[in-house]
Design a protein around this ligand. Structure first.
Ligand SMILES: [Zn+2]
Ligand SMILES: [Zn+2]
Length: 307
């Protein structure tokens, strides 16, 4: 089986015995940067595009999720950082982290490992490209920004929905086990929640490409990596003077999501603050007081109108 990784159909490179030999062959193709050469060599060497995409996404997920959680695990053990901890009295115990790690790993292997192998056939059907060369940086940045905005809206509404009655009791409660979250707890959730909220990350690019016919698999890799970083960081439990929301005020960050875990209500969005701000669902004591003040004013206005 050979790969269809080259956009230029005149290029025919057969897989060699080792990955390195294949890579050397690919390097002879003109006009590819180092990342594109590695990408093309990977697909050519494996020679099975379904397997190559599945393996790539499985490894990317594991590497980026656990790779991003590790620094937070280390920071939890360094007393210097304690002053930046949002809920400073609540450091996760080793046992809590171990339980969480086991559950996340089971979810990765049992829930996510299967649909991942259908990803490539879906990509081919919808027209998501995996050929080299990659799209321009400008296209990648624009599409990733759009995915951030769309995912945030999806996450806001479905996460808010998960806080209603039975949905909370039977599905979302698991994610709220940790009132003071830590990085690794980002994906600690019921399988139904993993699928539902995961659709915002994986399904939105697929729907986007269905309508625009313009998306590259490499862009999805960048998007998933950044979205995983966002989710892990939002659960880190740390607020620094250099946290992103100080420079980009609409960015949510740990400060925003920690309040959600602490109060169990409000701050439903994932990446940005605008949905909670405009729909009056912000969490925390200040937000609660603001809401009460607004409700009181509204009541007074109504009473005046009746007089
Ligand atoms: Zn919640
Ligand atoms: Zn959370």
């Amino acid at each position: 089986m050979s790969s269809k990784v080259f956009a230029d159909t005149a290029v025919h490179i057969a897989a060699k015995e080792t990955f390195f030999q294949t890579y050397q062959e690919v390097r002879k193709v003109q006009g590819l940067n180092s990342l594109e050469q590695l990408w093309a060599a990977y697909y050519t060497y494996l020679g099975n595009d379904i397997f190559a995409t599945g393996l790539l996404f499985f490894c990317l997920h594991e590497l980026m999720y656990f790779g991003r959680s590790l620094p937070w695990f280390i920071i939890d053990r360094i007393p210097y950082f304690r002053k930046y901890k949002i809920q400073d009295a609540k450091l996760p115990s080793n046992r809590e982290q171990w339980e969480c790690l086991k559950s996340v790993l089971i979810s990765h292997f049992m829930v996510e490992a299967f649909p991942i192998w259908f990803f490539h056939p879906v990509c081919e059907k919808i027209g998501i490209s995996y050929e080299v060369p990659f799209p321009s940086l400008k296209t990648i940045a624009l599409q990733v920004s759009i995915f951030f905005l769309l995912e945030d809206a999806w996450h806001y509404w479905f996460h808010r929905g998960l806080h209603y009655g039975s949905f909370y009791k039977y599905i979302h409660k698991q994610h709220h086990r940790y009132a003071a979250p830590f990085g690794l707890a980002a994906e600690y959730a019921h399988p139904i929640e993993v699928m539902l909220l995961g659709f915002g990350t994986v399904g939105i690019p697929i729907v986007w490409c269905y309508f625009t016919r313009n998306l590259h698999l490499f862009t999805i890799c960048i998007w998933i990596t950044l979205r995983l970083y966002q989710a892990v960081d939002a659960h880190s439990g740390y607020e620094f003077p250099w946290s992103l929301h100080h420079f980009l005020p609409i960015w949510a960050g740990a400060d925003h999501h920690d309040e959600h875990h602490h109060h169990f209500i409000g701050n439903y969005a994932s990446s940005f603050r605008m949905w909670d701000f405009f729909l009056d669902t912000e969490a925390g004591n200040t937000a609660k007081l603001n809401r009460e003040r607004k409700a009181k004013l509204k009541g007074e206005k109504k009473a005046k109108l009746k007089e």
